[in-house]
Design a protein. Structure first.
Length: 178
């Protein structure tokens, strides 16, 4: 009969082998995890959020909040016409009648507004009224807005005088008798 001890022999026969197996059981999983992390992290990402550090994205985040624009307000020749200001700012609502804005050329809608006078209409355009933002939400000068109001009212049946240029208005005020 054979010894029952021989049937259950272990591959680990010495304490040195036992230490080697214990160290390997900790080191091998750690190395495998490190290799998997490097494999996943290696290369460029094409998913969402991967363009956050591109030079264009960084430049966009660092752009100035505001800008200074210098205009020649003393030169009325540099000012846009009433029709140009209308096309740039006013047409969005006045062409379609959005937010109850009177349409361009609708004499019935403009009649009660024309009765209030040019100064009242200009004041509403400059400061805003109802759903309309100040200056129609644009960046025109007061003179350009006045020209746009004149254009709109003329199309709606108004007979107001063309607004005077800022330099001409200042010269007329200076030459007027006290």
């Amino acid at each position: 009969m054979s010894d029952s001890h021989d049937d259950h022999d272990s591959p680990i026969r010495t304490p040195k082998q036992l230490v080697a197996v214990i160290v390997a059981s900790f080191v091998i999983p750690v190395v495998v995890i490190i290799l998997l992390v490097n494999f996943v992290d290696f290369g460029g990402r094409s998913g969402a959020g991967s363009t956050g550090m591109t030079p264009e994205a960084v430049a966009h985040r660092l752009q100035p909040v505001g800008m200074v624009e210098i205009r020649d307000v003393a030169n009325p020749a540099a000012a846009r016409s009433g029709e140009q200001v209308y096309q740039a700012q006013c047409a969005a609502c006045h062409a379609t009648g959005a937010a109850n804005a009177p349409k361009l050329g609708d004499t019935a809608a403009w009649a009660p507004r024309l009765a209030t006078g040019f100064e009242s209409l200009l004041n509403s355009a400059l400061k805003g009224k109802g759903a309309m933002a100040a200056q129609g939400g644009g960046d025109a000068s007061d003179y350009e807005i006045a020209r746009a109001v004149h254009y709109l009212t003329a199309q709606g049946g108004g007979k107001f005088a063309e607004p005077a240029a800022p330099a001409a208005a200042a010269a007329a005020a200076a030459s007027a008798p006290n």
